[in-house]
Design a protein around this ligand. Structure first.
Ligand code: TYM
Length: 329
């Protein structure tokens, strides 16, 4: 049995990228592994500073985690800030994380460009907090989307450094994981880049059928293939990538052939895509409503998850202190 840990920031509603990059793997892994799935609200503070929205967003992600199929009877589901030991591990790992390597990470450079007035230290040390999230449980498998690959590489680097520094084999190097083997990048509907909450190019797990259809029908395409077997533009390729995730093989083949023979009508492709996305989301959408109304269940589940997570966390901190040389009189 492997130890698995992964999280999602509490930036509000979850989208298809979160689902296929992360949560669908969480769901598949939870029965055969010891799993820790959390809501990374500390991480959210590196970009979002709206204290009025934070709590509601944490609750929202929590509800959607459960609605998407995470089972608190088998997986430990908790809120990151309910485990204060993480802050200590984060602090200790920060002592051997270097400015140069942190500044070079793509996500730091990206965020620094997007929010030049808020290039805070939390943003810089974001991968260190992620490492703490994983290492506090000694997790080996970390189900994530492709965009998190570099952060996992950083965690492995911190593990090697810690073990070398203290001459121990204490932490284990974790790996980014996906059931389909290749890490997934779900593209957005705007013709470029990945689906993301702040990009306004996504479909949310709570979107109703009409909204899904409207979003998909207005997705960016091009003027159509000009000759047989021509290369797809990025925008059209993106629609096919989503089709490959949500549709049956027959459907995918049908539209690929239509594209190759220049007979494709993007309107038909989009209609099918919207229908298949809706099929995937429908049961989750219904569950969101049901779980959202059950506050007692949420309170109980969060409490139980935090207790379980803290059992590990307290232990890890005790051992790390010992290794580092922090001892009681
Ligand atoms: P976040 O909140 O940006 O995204 C949560 C998860 O969803 C995946 N994801 C995607 N996968 C495929 N295609 C997309 N378009 C897409 N958009 C998002 C992400 O890869 C991620 O798996 N730093 C993390 C949260 C985190 C974490 C951790 C993850 C905090 N500590 C420890 C693993 C381990 C993040 O910002 O994810």
């Amino acid at each position: 049995m492997e130890i698995v840990a992964s999280g999602i920031r509490s930036t509000g509603k979850l989208h298809l990228g979160n689902y296929f990059g992360a949560i669908s793997n969480f769901v598949k892994m939870q029965h055969k592994n010891k799993c820790y799935f959390f809501i990374a609200d500390y991480h959210t503070l590196t970009t979002h500073h709206n204290n009025k929205e934070l709590h509601d967003n944490v609750r929202r992600v929590f509800v959607e985690y459960l609605a998407a199929g995470l089972d608190p009877e088998v997986a430990n589901i908790y809120i990151q800030s309910d485990v204060p030991e993480l802050c200590e591990l984060y602090l200790l790992l920060n002592m051997s994380a270097y400015l140069g390597e942190l500044e070079r990470t793509t996500s730091f450079k990206d965020k620094a460009r997007k929010q030049p007035d808020n290039v805070n230290a939390g943003l810089l040390t974001y991968p260190v907090l992620m490492a703490a999230d994983i290492l506090i449980h000694h997790a080996h498998k970390v189900p994530v989307g492709k965009d998190q690959e570099q952060n996992l590489e950083m965690t492995r680097k911190f593990v090697r450094r810690f073990n070398n520094m203290y001459g121990v084999k204490y932490f284990r190097e974790p790996v980014a994981y996906n059931f389909g083997e290749e890490l997934v990048k779900v593209p957005g509907l705007d013709g470029k880049g990945k689906m993301g909450k702040s990009e306004n190019n996504g479909i949310f797990l709570s979107d109703d059928e009409k909204t899904i259809r409207k979003k998909v029908m207005s997705a960016v395409t091009d003027s159509g293939p000009q000759k047989p077997n021509s290369k797809m533009s990025e925008a059209v390729q993106n629609l096919f990538t989503i089709l490959e995730i949500v549709s049956t093989n027959d459907t995918i083949e049908y539209f690929k052939e239509k594209y190759a023979s220049c007979e494709i009508r993007y309107g038909d492709l989009k209609k099918q895509l919207a229908e298949d996305i809706n099929k995937t989301i429908e049961p989750i959408r219904e569950k969101i409503k049901e779980i959202d109304a059950n506050n007692d269940f949420l309170i109980k589940t969060a409490k139980k998850g935090a207790e379980k997570a803290r059992e590990n966390a307290v232990n890890t901190i005790k051992e790390v202190r010992e290794i580092i040389g922090i001892r009681n009189f």
